[in-house]
Design a protein around this ligand. Structure first.
Ligand SMILES: *Cc1c(COP(=O)(O)O)cnc(C)c1O
Length: 383
């Protein structure tokens, strides 16, 4: 599914040198590599504050702690996402409210968000799923109307550019009150272990978050709030500093691979290729919208219709082609997150997607030959 080894080859010297320097420095925690990475990422994202932390799940949790959400507060998020998003809501004794997604983008449905709002709702967590920005125009509008926080789960979309209806652009993760990302090795900007970060333009919130990641300390051994221990280490920061200048090229390579997949599958009546524009912001129904660049293809996820998904999966296994099913079970049906308030008829899209989606190999090093082999194998299955 990913090929981190081939990606490493051209940057091997640089990474090895940087790692050797960290080893010589013995500044493993909070060293200059971490501080420099933080500054470089702030510049890249055009955001005032980046707060590095231990991983993407921590980043989401720390965001909710920093906003002062309290037990019983309702937090709305997508039913179709990785469990980390809903897990931290539940861990903090907030009340997760799962809502359906859109069939084209797989992202949280603004209409469903609106319907789920109650007097207890305090925040919305849009997930930019598979690398594609959620409809932030609508989500911000709803948040403003009901005075809600917006926490972006940007674990899968770092580097994506969101174009608002009025034409202004922002990087995914810097649009809401706070954004959370992951540097897990297979993410679009991945380190060689665990890592994560928070983004915000709010000076007060940034200060709060910096204390929370460090045991609630703002002054050494003065613990003003309950915090956690969540750090990005210098070794991971050194890897990320080598990769950050290449992030745009990496994302471009993913988009090119997606274009080739799309061209190959265009006329297959059993497949629906992923929508590559953010609903309502631009209107290219065919191909990738070059103008808005809102999809950085963390995954290339197809819908296989007519009940043929599991057959295709078996065929790919037999041919030695890796694939993933993200996500096979909607979160509202997971034992840990059952809630009497959920009704099946509220999740038609997620329920359908769980039966239809399949993700194909997607990474920065996919070449023409590999893509041809994958697409030909798939088209041959459908005959
Ligand atoms: C990967 C991921 C996370 C969690 O990131 P970790 O660094 O693995 O903790 C959270 N949300 C989404 C959508 C993810 O894909």
């Amino acid at each position: 599914m990913v090929d981190l080894k081939s990606q490493y080859e051209p940057i091997k010297e640089q990474i090895n040198t940087a790692l050797a320097q960290v080893l010589e420095s013995f500044a493993f925690i909070n060293g200059p590599e971490v501080q420099n990475f933080q500054k470089e990422l702030e510049i890249y994202l055009d955001v005032k504050h980046v707060i590095p932390c231990g991983n993407g799940t921590d980043a989401l949790q720390i965001a909710m702690m920093g906003l002062g959400l309290k037990p019983g507060d309702e937090v709305i998020t997508a039913d179709f996402t990785f469990a980390a998003t809903v897990e931290v809501i539940a861990l903090l004794h907030l009340t997760p409210v799962l809502v359906d997604v859109e069939p084209g983008t797989f992202n949280i449905s603004p209409e469903a968000v609106r319907k789920a709002i109650t007097p207890k709702t305090k925040a919305i967590v849009p997930v930019h799923l598979f690398g594609h920005c959620a409809n932030m125009d609508e989500i911000l509008k709803i948040a403003e109307e009901f005075n809600l926080f917006v926490i972006e789960d940007n674990a899968q979309a770092i580097g994506a550019n969101y174009t608002f209806k009025n034409g202004t652009k922002k990087k995914a993760g810097t649009i809401g009150h706070v954004g959370a990302t992951s540097f897990f090795p297979s993410k679009n900007l991945g380190c060689y272990g665990d890592g994560g970060a928070l983004f915000t333009n709010d000076d007060t919130l940034a200060h709060t978050l910096r204390g929370i990641v460090n045991h609630g300390m703002y002054e050494r051994y003065h613990h003003d709030v309950v915090g956690v221990n969540s750090r990005l280490d210098s070794i991971q920061a050194a890897v990320l500093r080598a990769k950050l200048p290449r992030l745009d090229a990496y994302n471009k390579a993913r988009q090119q691979a997606a274009k080739k997949y799309m061209a190959a599958f265009r006329n297959c009546k059993h497949l629906i290729t992923p929508t590559t524009f953010t609903q309502g912001t631009c209107n290219k129904s065919n191909g990738i919208c070059e103008a808005c660049d809102c999809h950085v293809f963390h995954q290339y996820t197809l819908r296989v219709i007519n009940g043929k998904r599991d057959g295709l999966a078996k065929h790919l296994s037999e041919k030695g082609i890796p694939f993933g099913i993200y996500y096979p079970i909607p979160l509202h049906l997971q034992k840990a997150y059952l809630d009497v308030r959920y009704r099946e008829e509220d999740f038609p899209v997620t329920n359908q997607l769980a039966k239809e989606v399949i993700s194909l190999p997607m990474h920065t090093e996919l070449d023409e030959e590999q893509i041809d082999f994958i697409t030909n194998t798939i088209l041959a299955f459908f005959g």
